[in-house]
Unconditional design. Structure first.
Length: 356
């Protein structure tokens, strides 16, 4: 009897040991599975790539985020990412933007990054542009808002009226420079930021300078755009050119600026303005119209605007490009001097066979 009881106890003991071993192993496996889903690397990041950026558009849902990550070849295990994202409720809290991935991440790090909305800003640069359409195209290629939404927003009549601007001079509010934006910036957000920059630019000092030359902010920008196109090489000459044009404005003379004719015609390949071009009918043709054109002929740089605000007081009324093609101009106080300078420049053009 005692042997039988001993054998039963021994069998029970072995069973219990085996049972607990199975429980421990199963629990360990479960723990390892959970650990793997959360903390094991799940981003495929090759050594030859210094960084990758993913772009999550506004109004994206969770399935779109998974698709974006997968299409960029980032996720090693989609199921584990989806599981953790749902545990941390990221699937119902998608934040759009541009996110930088510069190392191998585990699911926890990736979900935390995307859930935090800690996107990497983008540097938006625009310069050397002629029209608001070019601006919209340039900026629209760098942020989420496309060119159509940008041009549509700034062309809205009610928006322009609120600012006291028109379709011709609305471009004056955009100051060429480099700015930091989040990628998921809308057309409205972009424009509001530019208005803030414009407001900051026109500090009391610049306001006083504009008053001194009897021009408002938009007129300063329009004149600056002409100065910019008249002198894009030798920037030290811009303030002299600005002084010349201010003299003509004071005297009620036509500005007679070749770049305004080129802008009116719309053929920016023209290197030599001909007599027939001067008759092109347009409010931008300053050979036909007195005063400033209705809007800028380019988005003037801050340098050109400041050249107008700091215009040199001179008695010049005419200028012509120097015949040595140095980039500088010959200035004249009367038409006789100017005629001689123009003749020398035409001879130089003919010698180089620049006919158009």
């Amino acid at each position: 009897m005692r042997k039988r009881r001993y054998r039963k106890k021994s069998a029970l003991k072995k069973f219990l040991i085996a049972f607990f071993v199975i429980i421990i192993l199963g629990g360990g496996g479960l723990v390892y599975e959970l650990y793997s889903r959360v903390y094991q690397t799940n981003i495929l990041f090759t050594k030859d790539a210094a960084e990758k950026y993913i772009y999550i558009p506004t109004n994206s849902d969770f399935s779109q985020v998974v698709t974006i990550l997968s299409e960029n070849g980032l996720l090693l295990n989609i199921n584990s990412f989806e599981w953790l994202a749902k545990q941390k409720k990221y699937n119902t809290n998608i934040k759009p933007g541009r996110y930088r991935i510069d190392r191998a991440l585990n699911n926890n790090e990736l979900v935390n990054l995307l859930r935090s909305g800690a996107q990497t800003p983008i540097r938006v640069t625009f310069n050397n542009l002629r029209t608001k359409e070019e601006l919209a195209g340039k900026v629209g290629s760098q942020i989420e808002a496309d060119s159509l939404s940008i041009i549509g927003y700034i062309s809205d009549i009610l928006f322009q009226k609120k600012l006291g601007l028109t379709d011709d001079n609305i471009a004056c509010i955009f100051l060429p420079n480099t700015y930091e934006f989040y990628w998921n910036t809308s057309a409205e957000e972009f424009t509001n930021r530019m208005l803030d920059e414009y407001s900051s630019f026109w500090h009391p000092g610049r306001k006083e300078q504009a008053d001194n030359i009897k021009l408002n902010y938009h007129e300063v920008s329009i004149l600056a755009s002409i100065v910019e196109k008249e002198q894009s090489v030798k920037l030290d000459e811009r303030s002299d050119i600005a002084g010349l044009y201010l003299n003509r404005l004071k005297k009620g003379m036509k500005l007679q600026s070749d770049p305004t004719v080129i802008f009116a015609i719309g053929d920016f390949s023209i290197r030599r303005v001909l007599k027939k071009d001067l008759k092109f009918v347009s409010p931008y043709n300053t050979y036909m119209n007195t005063g400033l054109p209705p809007g800028p002929i380019c988005l003037p740089s801050i340098n050109a605007i400041d050249a107008v605000l700091n215009a040199v007081e001179n008695d010049y009324l005419f200028m012509c490009a120097k015949e040595d093609f140095s980039g500088y101009h010959n200035f004249a106080r009367n038409s006789r001097e100017h005629s001689r300078n123009a003749k020398k420049y035409r001879r130089a053009l003919n010698k180089r066979k620049i006919m158009r």
